[in-house]
Ligand binder design. Structure first.
Ligand SMILES: Nc1ncnc2c1ncn2[C@@H]1O[C@H](COP(=O)(O)OP(=O)(O)OP(=O)(O)O)[C@@H](O)[C@H]1O
Ligand SMILES: [Mg+2]
Length: 256
């Protein structure tokens, strides 16, 4: 049975969409069959990051309403083998909200076809986010190491726990060793204390993430830079492999 992971955050812009695209490709490289669901209804962006804007005709809303089959709506990525993408419904500003049981039924269906499903949620705690988080097998909260974002991560995890999603871990994104050395950003231990969550991984600040997002090409497909390595290590951990955290980023000074 497939593994469905809701990727969420308290504050916006922490790196959820970049995480989903790159970890999905890394999971495919490890031989997994992966579905990416853009659940940011009304504000979708995965299609841009994946360079698939013109090919995603049907949304998960169409699948729920029976306007399209799952196979028809979940479109194969043009480059990454074993990756399919199901986009979000809605024009900007008019996101649609679906009943929690409809979203749970959708996730039950995708579990039968994919070994991993990553759900790229909207920031915050909107109704759809809660429905996806409650019906997923686990949640990953993506945060930067800013204390405001870490507090948002903690609040998100606490609401998820109240709706029955207790399998929650954190990814600390955009880690900047220089700022940690200067004492102007939280190190990993402080970030874990501030969020109260177990650590799934850290991703360093890396311009390649921004550049590839703007190009509509997934960084993890053609980069061996620090962020690409970090995403691959996270994918390995999701698959149950033991990967030491400190091997993630060249240079270990960020831990101090
Ligand atoms: N590790 C990183 N290093 C450098 N830039 C990054 C990194 N991760 C994300 N970014 C950049 O940060 C910006 C926001 O990232 P992204 O869109 O993935 O965040 P998000 O959490 O999905 O945002 P939203 O809440 O609006 O959906 C993008 O410009 C992206 O390229
Ligand atoms: Mg996003």
């Amino acid at each position: 049975m497939g593994n469905v992971i809701a990727v969420a955050s308290g504050k916006g812009g922490t790196g959820k969409t970049s995480f989903c695209a790159n970890v999905a490709v890394s999971l495919c490289a490890l031989g997994e069959k992966v579905l990416l669901i853009d659940a940011d209804s009304g504000m979708r962006s995965l299609d841009l990051v994946l360079g698939m804007t013109d090919s995603l005709l049907f949304s998960y809303g169409d699948v729920i309403r029976g306007n399209a089959g799952l196979k028809e709506a979940a479109v194969a990525h043009p480059v990454a083998r074993n990756l399919r993408v199901l986009t979000a419904p809605g024009e900007p500003g008019i996101g649609e909200v679906y009943a929690p049981e409809d979203i749970a039924a959708l996730l039950s269906r995708v579990r039968a076809h994919f070994t991993y499903t990553l759900v790229d949620c909207a920031a915050g705690l909107g109704a759809d986010v809660l429905s996806f988080a409650a019906a997923a097998d686990r949640a990953v909260i993506v945060s930067t190491s800013d204390y405001t974002a870490l507090r948002g991560a903690q609040s998100t995890a606490s609401v998820f726990s109240r709706i029955g999603q207790d399998n929650c871990s954190i990814v600390v994104n955009r880690l900047r060793p220089g700022m940690i050395r200067e004492g102007s950003a939280a190190n990993i231990d402080r970030a874990m204390d501030a969020s109260g969550l177990s650590l799934l991984g850290v991703v360093p600040e890396d311009q390649a993430v921004i550049a590839s997002g703007n190009r509509g090409s997934i960084m993890a497909l053609d980069s061996f830079g620090p962020a690409a390595q970090a995403y691959l290590n996270i994918a390995k951990r999701l698959c149950g492999q033991r990967v030491r955290l400190l091997d993630q980023v060249p240079g270990r000074e960020w831990k101090k």
